[in-house]
Design a protein around this ligand. Sequence first.
Ligand SMILES: Nc1ncnc2c1ncn2[C@@H]1O[C@H](COP(=O)(O)OP(=O)(O)OP(=O)(O)O)[C@@H](O)[C@H]1O
Ligand SMILES: [Mg+2]
Length: 234
Amino acid sequence: MPSMKRDKLLVANNLSVAYRQKKGTVISIGPVSFSISASDRLALLGPSGIGKTTIALALMGLLSDSADWKGEIIFKGRRLASEADFSAVRGRGIGIVFQQPHSYLNPIMKIGRQLDDVLRFGFPELSKDERKGLIQDYLAYVGLDKDVANKYPFELSGGMAQRAAIAQALLLRPEVLIADEITSSLDMSLRRSILDLIMELQNSFGFGLLFISHDISAVDYIKARKVVLSGKGA
Ligand SMILES: Nc1ncnc2c1ncn2[C@@H]1O[C@H](COP(=O)(O)OP(=O)(O)OP(=O)(O)O)[C@@H](O)[C@H]1O
Ligand SMILES: [Mg+2]
């Protein structure tokens, strides 16, 4: 019988970050505390510049050298501290999708090749044909035609690129998915379709979702629990 504690996939306890600036001043983010279980939907809310992306980067162990973090990050009961801890969890335990898909899809590599690289990294035991089959499956899961594999990112619209980026994150079967403002760069008309997709994927894959947004209507639409990041502590 799983206890409440075991059910928690990702826990942040009093997580705060300080960016050291050259002039000697410090930008302080947080603290914030929350926990996410499988199939859970938690929204991290707060105004622009308050530090939502910083918290996401801290959870992934991707903060810049000028940043120090404090508090606890616990994944499946294990406290993450060293780079080795984070790299063991990054991508596979916790996946991430950012706001601007075109800024982190490689512009000179076809989508299929980028997805194949992820699979080769995550599942070296798979054959080329198995990887090809999986890439077609995942493109279909995110509502893309299989010929998208042969396209470069610049050939895709913003909505299609965001779908490809979601496929890329899901390929490693993360147990928690961080979605950082994934609809903010899209036209209003496309936003709802991406939110519908994320909910549908969560139903089939069962990942816990940390949905980062300053758009309260998006958060209400996906019926997420809310935690607010404020400047003076939550
Ligand atoms: N690498 C960095 N070095 C120094 N300061 C940084 C760095 N990254 C972000 N900051 C600062 O930290 C604060 C929080 O930035 P962050 O991008 O985390 O906010 P955000 O809530 O995600 O904003 P948005 O809603 O616009 O995405 C800002 O003042 C930003 O200028
Ligand atoms: Mg941000």
